[in-house]
Each structure stands twice: as structure tokens, then as C-alpha cells.
Write a protein that binds this ligand. Sequence first.
Ligand SMILES: C[S@@+](CC[C@H](N)C(=O)[O-])C[C@H]1O[C@@H](n2cnc3c(N)ncnc32)[C@H](O)[C@@H]1O
Length: 337
Amino acid sequence: MSKKAARAGQSKTAGRTSTKKRPATRRAAKTPKQQSLAAKATAPELVTIFDYVRFGAARLKRARVAFAHGTTDPVAEAAFLVGEAMHLHPDEVEPKAARRVPKAAGQRILRWIEQRIETRKPAAYLVNRMYMRGLPFYVDERVIVPRSFIGEILESHFGGDDILRLRDPATVTRVLDLCTGSGCLAILAARAFPNATVDAADLSADALDVAARNVREHGLTDRIALAQGDLFGAVEGKRYDLIISNPPYVDAHGMASLPRECLAEPRMAFDGGADGIDLVRQIIDGAKTHLAPGGGLLCEVGRCKPALEKAYPRASFLWLETEESEGEVFWIEPDAL
Ligand SMILES: C[S@@+](CC[C@H](N)C(=O)[O-])C[C@H]1O[C@@H](n2cnc3c(N)ncnc32)[C@H](O)[C@@H]1O
């Protein structure tokens, strides 16, 4: 639901404010619990999806929660929670904004909004779901919430009429997703490369449990194999047409200033060492012996481009753009390493 739409449809019953003057005394700041009770006590009459999105967005905005997990503003975050409570795909929320919200779903939405504010946990953990490229993935605190730019690149940069054709999808038969977490990128890769089998590797057994669930739910157990190990240690001796990886790449400074929301996620999903590229270095070095001739490595590095170019002055990285990123994902082929 767009912010404009949210403003345009304000109902008469929602969000009334008192015009009475208040005494100019100083009040002690409210605790989150008090704020939550106050919010419930003053909740306007909420009837439609639209009402709940608008109310939820206002609460989230006032509480100054951080948006770093798939949504970028309070309206989108509230719409996501309302959609989940109503069993609607995120794309269906806006077209169905006038639909009435049943009582039980309404109570669920209010509970989630207050939990989101009180715990600061990402919304995806409250509802155990996140969407990537329109596909749903099960998530819980054992995995980072999916939000990699590689998902978009798998759709936009391979095959088709794109000027930049990294590989013809039909010719890709062996894919490795290193640091697979929830398995989201392995699953998107299996869909993008219909003739490929995909190895999905991670050091965390907990993450692989979540990935196994997602692979099963997407009906891909015959094409995606999960492997546990330290980076390429999980797939020794194997070669691939394509290696994709969204590894931990947050540097020491970033680790010290993660928003509260990210503290609910596994630390090992972020920590990239002092300059952020401890694991990226190992991935680049290992790719030389794990890429088949004509293959390539697609890797996300966040803000580590300068550190990487300093560490590999002779490598020809091709930096790719996505809708919301520039210079955060590179493509490289073995002879350019
Ligand atoms: C940024 S998350 C990416 C997860 C998933 N690919 C995604 O995009 O949502 C990084 C993942 O790397 C895993 N990891 C951390 N250190 C690792 C290592 N040494 N070997 C393999 N996986 C590792 C973490 O468990 C985590 O699941």
C-alpha cells in the first residue's frame, strides 16, 4: 500500500485526536509496556485492511522501529503484517484494502504490532515468513531474514534479452549456493536454472534445518542437496558452472553498531572480520578450484567494495546494479581472478 493511498483514504472514525489543551506539566517517559497499553486504549475503530495498515504504520513510526528486513518504511511493514494475518500475499494487500478484517485477525495484527515494538524483532520472525521475489520462505531466529540482492540478479542478469547476459540459463547444470542460510537463494537458483542441480552449503546445522524445510515446501528435494561445512569444506573436490554467495560481510565497525532488529539474527550471519572480507577472501580463493571452465562467481559484499579492490588489485570484478543497490554484488570469471 503506497503512502499516498494510506493518506488519501483516511476514514472518519480512525485517528481522532483530542483538541483539549493539556496542562504544561512534565511527564515521565512511558515504558514500552505503558505505551502498548496506551495504544490499545486509544485504538480507533478499526474495520478494514486499510484501517489496520494505517493504524499499524502510525504506531511503528511513532515507536521509531528500524526497517532493515525486506521492508523500508512503516506502511510497507504494517501492510506485511496485516497481509500475513489475513493470509494474503503482499501483492494482494493493496487491491483488497477495503476488505473487512475478522476479529481474530484484527487481534493478531494488534498483537504483532505491539510485539514488533516491544521486542524490536524483525516482523518476519513474528510471523515466521518472508517473501523474496514474491516467493514465501519459512524463517525463524536460526537464520538471517532473506533480503539478498542476488535474488533480483538471478532473475534479471541471466539469459533473456538483457545486454549483460552472464550465462545462458539452459547451459547451467551445476550450481553452488555457499552460506545458504534459509536456502532462499538456492531455491531461486533452482527456479532460474531449470537444468541445474544445486548444492546449498552452510556451517550452521540450525540454518540447514530451516533450509531443508524450505526446500521441501518448494518441492525441490530432488534438485537441491544440503551440505554442512566450513565454506568449500562442505563440497570438497566438486566444480560448478555457477557459485552464488551472500556470505557474512559486516566489518568490525558495523558489527559494533548493528540496529537492535539485527541483534535477533544469528551473529555468524553478519560477522566478516575486521574489514568485512574474511570470508569473501576465502570464497574468491576457493572459487579458483571450484569453478568449471566458463563458470562464474556471483557474490554479495555490501559496502566492502573498496576493501575488496584493495585486496585484489589485479582482479576484474564486474559490479552489478539492482533496483536498490549499486556496487554491492560482483560477478567474476575464473580467468579474471
Ligand atoms: C548473510 S547470511 C546469508 C544467508 C542466505 N544466503 C541469504 O541470503 O539470506 C550468511 C550465512 O553464512 C553462514 N556462514 C557463516 N560462516 C560460515 C562458514 N564459515 N561456512 C559456511 N557458512 C557460513 C551463516 O550461518 C549464514 O547462514
